[in-house]
Design a protein around this ligand. Structure first.
Ligand code: GLN
Length: 195
């Protein structure tokens, strides 16, 4: 049994809950999901998901509720995190936006809404390191990873911009893997080493 915490202060929570359950099932693992809105629960979780939504609101609520330091401790204990879209922005070293108090879990800087200026949302087949077939990536007002530090590894790029990244136990994506039936990104983030 794996206990997965979905940070649920704001954003697309239920889709992540079912995606990690599907990824777990494919490994014969049952996953108990807890939606986290307050401090005190993160320390009991084996894995965490930081969903998309609005990064300014998510970062404010994480600090306000005292959840931010618990997420940092979770990563320091080498436990996995999947951070998507706004979650990636919050997990990065710098979001180039004073309204986002980042957690500095991923050695990268982010440009919020970078794709949004050109096109609001789109879906693209993406080659991702570690996946055999292209992943159907859904981008919604997506951020772009602008600079990647030496401690982080780029897992995928779209038109030369990094859009998926890994730093230690943290995987971050600019797109929304929870919005497709394909649970391979959740699989990569949480169950890969067990294969
Ligand atoms: N543009 C949003 C932000 O800056 C992220 C969008 C998303 O999570 N789909 O927070």
């Amino acid at each position: 049994m794996i206990r997965a915490g979905v940070i649920a202060v704001q954003g697309d929570v239920s889709e992540h809950a079912s995606a990690i359950q599907r990824a777990g099932e494919s490994h014969g693992q049952s996953v108990e999901v807890e939606k986290i809105r307050q401090s005190g629960s993160v320390p009991d979780c084996d894995v965490l998901l930081l969903p998309g939504g609005e990064s300014t609101a998510i970062s404010r609520l994480l600090s306000q509720e005292g959840i931010a330091p618990e997420i940092i401790d979770h990563v320091e204990s080498e436990k996995p995190v999947l951070a998507t879209c706004a979650g990636l922005i919050v997990a990065a070293a710098d979001a180039n936006d004073d309204r986002v108090d980042t957690l500095n879990l991923i050695d990268a800087t982010i440009n919020r809404n970078a794709f949004g200026r050109q096109v609001d949302s789109f879906e693209a087949p993406l080659d991702v390191a570690g996946l055999e077939r292209a992943f159907p990536a859904v981008f919604i007002r997506a951020p772009v990873i602008e600079t990647v530090g030496s401690n982080a590894e780029i897992l995928a790029t779209w038109e030369n911009d990094p859009v998926a990244i890994k730093h230690g136990p943290v995987v971050g994506t600019a797109f929304h893997p929870e919005l497709t039936e394909d649970a391979r990104i959740h699989d990569l983030a949480f169950f890969h080493e067990e294969d």
